[in-house]
Design a protein around this ligand. Structure first.
Ligand SMILES: Cc1cc2nc3c(=O)[nH]c(=O)nc-3n(C[C@H](O)[C@H](O)[C@H](O)COP(=O)(O)OP(=O)(O)OC[C@H]3O[C@@H](n4cnc5c(N)ncnc54)[C@H](O)[C@@H]3O)c2cc1C
Length: 391
């Protein structure tokens, strides 16, 4: 038996490491290049007791209760429905756009007939992608879809992705829906929670196992070597039996086919001596120059004194990922577009040649996984790995 190396300590790496350690009784070494565990879920308390998620706001939401049960082994969770507003033409409107937004944008009188049409056309559907409105055969529905798209969506998308909407994969654009009711929640999932003491605490507990060793501040790429001829992998000269990789796949293979593009975020913090800064925990700004949204973390820090006369906003400025840059050196979002998927597939073939590389997670699989999907997927991957190790 050789070494089991897990590169990355986010949900993908963390779950696979814990399962391998616990259920297979195997020693696992996690290699993490950052100074902390948790990947993009990392959070920490600031000096005011506000729990700040360093890599942008994250809300756990799922329709599958086993995901909640799984996480409750490692942390106490509390129910929290994420709420968002969008600042459009000087007014705050609910996100996702719902029937109230429609009334606000077209006026109460005109909205009556349109609401009736929407109810009929999309009967039984809770949320409908904006594009279904834009593509509708009904003139009024289409007109409203175009209004939303132009006012709120085109500019937001252009800023977030640095591309025209026409050049982005439809699956990404379809993530923004309109609520076919007056539901004020950002997400319509059945189970919406946050860990009381934060995600970092959850990860600490998950990785606290005698078979797990975590090495922080270590770039795995400095130690991994591929013997292409014999299809062998070594880490620091030792043979690797299993390499679980959750980082960027193009970097694993030395960018030999070129770099896969990602979007990054420059997050700017602003403290103010106010009890409250924003009218909601997150506000999106489709029409503002350069930035897309602001988060006021105090509003969802568990147990904090809301009357405390200080708060903070974290504002996200999307940028193209560039590992050499000072403010855009973290790959946040894979850019799902045809050419990029083709390039990804070349790297995938490269990995498959070895037979003992498991690619898991947003970066390694170049997919737009939400936390719940990422968790479920890691649990499924574990079952495959277990079978392989037992054979
Ligand atoms: C801004 C933002 C907001 C989000 N909000 C939500 C939300 O509200 N709800 C939701 O469900 N999901 C959300 N997500 C998605 C969620 O963040 C992901 O599903 C999840 O964090 C992915 O985990 P992962 O382990 O695959 O990747 P990551 O968390 O990125 O972990 C990968 C780890 O690998 C490490 N690594 C990479 N290369 C190397 C190397 N060479 N050597 C050593 N270590 C390496 C990295 O440092 C990192 O720690 C959001 C994502 C973003 C970007």
């Amino acid at each position: 038996m050789g070494k089991i190396i897990v590169v990355g300590s986010g949900f993908s790496g963390g779950i696979l490491a814990r399962k391998l350690a616990e259920e297979c009784g195997r020693k696992v070494t996690i290699i993490e290049k950052r100074a902390h565990i948790g990947g993009n879920m990392y959070d920490e308390y600031d000096e005011n007791g506000i729990l700040v998620q360093k890599y942008g706001p994250h809300f756990l939401n799922t329709n599958k209760y086993f995901i909640i049960e799984f996480l409750e082994q490692y942390a106490e969770l509390f129910p929290h429905d994420a709420k968002l507003l969008s600042f459009i033409d000087g007014n705050y409107v609910r996100l996702p756009f719902n029937f109230r937004t429609l009334q606000q944008l077209v006026g109460a009188k005109k909205s009556e007939a349109l609401l009736a049409k929407m109810r009929e056309k999309f009967a039984g559907r809770d949320r409908v992608p904006i594009f279904e409105l834009v593509d509708s055969d009904d003139d009024d529905v289409r007109e409203y879809g175009n209004l939303l798209f132009e006012k709120a969506y085109r500019t937001y998308t252009a800023k977030q992705w640095g591309l025209d909407p026409e050049d982005i994969d439809r699956s990404v654009l379809d993530r923004v829906p309109m609520a076919m009711n007056f539901d004020e929640r950002y997400l319509n999932k059945d189970f919406q929670y946050l860990p009381k003491k934060g995600f970092t605490e959850l990860f600490k507990n998950m990785l606290d196992h005698p078979n797990i060793e975590v090495r922080l501040n270590t770039d795995a790429l400095d130690y991994i070597e591929f013997d292409e001829e014999n299809k062998k992998i070594t880490y620091g000269g030792e043979t690797v039996e299993l390499l679980v990789f959750t980082g960027a796949i193009d970097e694993l293979f030395g960018l030999k086919y070129g770099r896969l593009p990602y979007r990054s975020l420059d997050i700017k913090y602003k403290y103010e001596n106010k009890k409250s800064i924003l009218p909601e925990e997150i506000v999106s700004y489709p029409q503002a120059p350069g930035y897309i949204r602001s988060t006021e973390y105090k509003k969802f820090t568990y147990g904090i004194d809301m009357d405390m006369p200080v708060s903070m906003t974290a504002t996200e400025y999307p940028l193209q990922y560039d590992p050499e840059s000072e403010n855009a050196n973290i790959p946040y979002y894979p850019i799902i577009a045809e050419d990029n998927i083709k390039l990804y597939e070349k790297y995938l073939k490269e990995a498959e040649k070895y037979g003992n590389i498991v690619l898991c997670g947003r970066l390694a699989e170049y997919k737009y996984y939400n936390m719940d999907i990422c968790i479920e997927h890691a649990l499924e991957k574990f079952e495959d790995i277990k079978k392989k190790l037992e054979d």
